[in-house]
Design a binder for this molecule. Structure first.
Ligand code: LLP
Length: 422
């Protein structure tokens, strides 16, 4: 498969790969490499696919900020009505800076601190997705100190196998996430007794990059059974949050579309009054972004061909960490001889690679495009090997906006101190 076919808004014209109307090589000239480039049209389309599928049903789509947290991207989604799923005080500040509505924020994560809870209560978030009995008690204390009632949903662990990579599977008993569904009722009872807690919902998130809706629907069935048991005990919930997890096409996966998936969810929710909350990340942003990198050297050792590029595992960790496959192509068609390349970066680790065994025509100086890089790309970047983090650019209707400047060498040592010597 040619990488570009799967990725709307990234297409080749006269041999040049483009983001919307702009050539990636032109963007590389303007902003340098490595550079993340996002398409605003793709972001909007992917978000709208959710809201259109849910029209006619009370819903809240809370974009998972961790997937790609640039404030311009959050702003674009907020303007389209998105809520946000956050996991830290840092993500909350990003949402607020971007003009996001705190009343549409859900706060997930196993280790919320009292300080984070306080800030979230002060700005009035939609709900805390509480992940343990211990967290519930701390939240109740913090809310009582502020004279507020904390809106709470329990994140239950429905014990279903998401059938995805073990590092991104979260819904099994052995995973650290959520409250075992069998023990949830007792904790709901406790929550209902606490004056500073307002029980509003239930949620789960069973994993990421799910290419089959079945585990998500199984999880929903288990949640609905719990909702019914709670109602029988006098605990009525306002919302059901199914988390994120819908997969995307990186190579030849065929995940359900948002519409396919949600029509099955809505069938199961028919006749129920609860609002549906979702926390999609990857399915909104993965295929709305690419990583542009320049080839520094070509190298051959024995039969092996390497294209050594200026992006590395510190810019894009997914191949190193999950052996992730993402499409990779030359930004322009090339007449160079075709070889089977490993595309590797400058970092001093054997695990530093972006793509392995790819047939490519490439010359030094050519720019290469790693597709599907919008989700868990920049947000997982680091300064390892004292490399400055990449620039981020958003293309929107023929205009390129620099939404994050490339870091400078001065940025690398900001906050560091030499020892005093007197
Ligand atoms: N909600 C919660 C509570 C989550 O933990 C996550 C992702 C999401 C929503 C969004 O899930 P999505 O729709 O993006 O699947 N770094 C990994 C993915 C880690 C996902 C972590 N949690 C990767 O690059 O594949």
């Amino acid at each position: 498969m040619s990488g570009v076919e799967a990725f709307a808004h990234f297409s080749r014209r006269d041999g040049e790969l483009c983001a919307e109307q702009l050539t990636l090589n032109g963007l590389g000239d303007q902003f340098g490499t490595p550079c993340y480039i996002y398409s605003a049209a793709a972001l909007r389309d992917n978000f709208d696919a959710y809201t259109e599928a849910l029209s006619g049903r009370d819903h809240l789509v809370c974009y998972a900020v961790k997937a790609c947290s640039n404030i311009a991207i959050l702003q674009l989604l907020a303007e389209r009505g998105a809520g946000f799923d956050i996991v830290s005080a840092g993500e909350l500040e990003r949402v607020l800076l971007a003009g996001g509505d705190p009343a549409k924020v859900v706060f997930s994560g196993v280790a919320k601190t009292a300080a984070e809870m306080r800030r979230a209560l002060e700005v009035g978030i939609h709900c805390f997705n509480v992940e343990s009995a211990a967290e519930l008690e701390v939240l109740a204390t913090v809310a009582a100190e502020l004279g507020l009632r904390a809106p709470v949903s329990l994140r239950v662990n429905p014990d279903v196998d998401a059938g995805t990579h073990p590092y991104i599977s979260t819904g099994l008993k052995e995973n650290k996430f959520g409250i075992a569904i069998d023990g949830a009722e007792a904790i709901y009872q406790r929550a209902a007794e606490l004056a500073s807690i307002n029980v509003v919902g239930v949620d789960c998130h069973i994993g990421s990059q799910l290419t089959d809706a079945t585990p998500l629907l199984d999880a929903l069935e288990r949640l609905l059974a719990l909702v019914d048991r709670l109602a029988a005990q006098g605990i009525e919930l306002d919302h059901i949050d199914l988390g994120g997890g819908l997969g995307v096409r990186y190579r030849d996966e065929q995940p359900p579309t948002a519409d396919d998936y949600l029509s099955q969810v809505l069938t199961r929710l028919a006749g129920r009054p609860q609002r549906l909350v979702l926390e999609p990340g990857r399915s909104i942003v993965a295929n709305a972004g690419v990583l542009l990198t320049e080839t520094i050297y070509l190298k051959q050792s024995g039969d092996k061909h390497f294209a050594i590029v200026d992006a590395a595992m510190n810019d894009m960790l997914r191949p190193s960490l999950y052996q992730a496959w993402m499409a990779l192509e030359n930004a322009a068609t090339s007449q160079a001889p075709e070889h089977c390349y490993d595309v590797v970066g400058p970092v001093c680790e054997t695990g530093d690679w972006l793509a392995k065994e790819r047939l490519l025509r490439v010359s030094p100086g050519d720019r290469l495009v790693l597709f599907s890089a919008g989700a868990y790309g920049f947000t997982m970047a680091s300064n390892y090997n004292s490399r400055t983090r990449a620039a981020e650019v958003l293309v929107d209707a023929g205009r390129a906006h620099l939404i994050r400047a490339r870091e400078t060498l001065a940025d690398l040592t900001r906050g560091e101190q030499l020892l005093g010597r007197d």
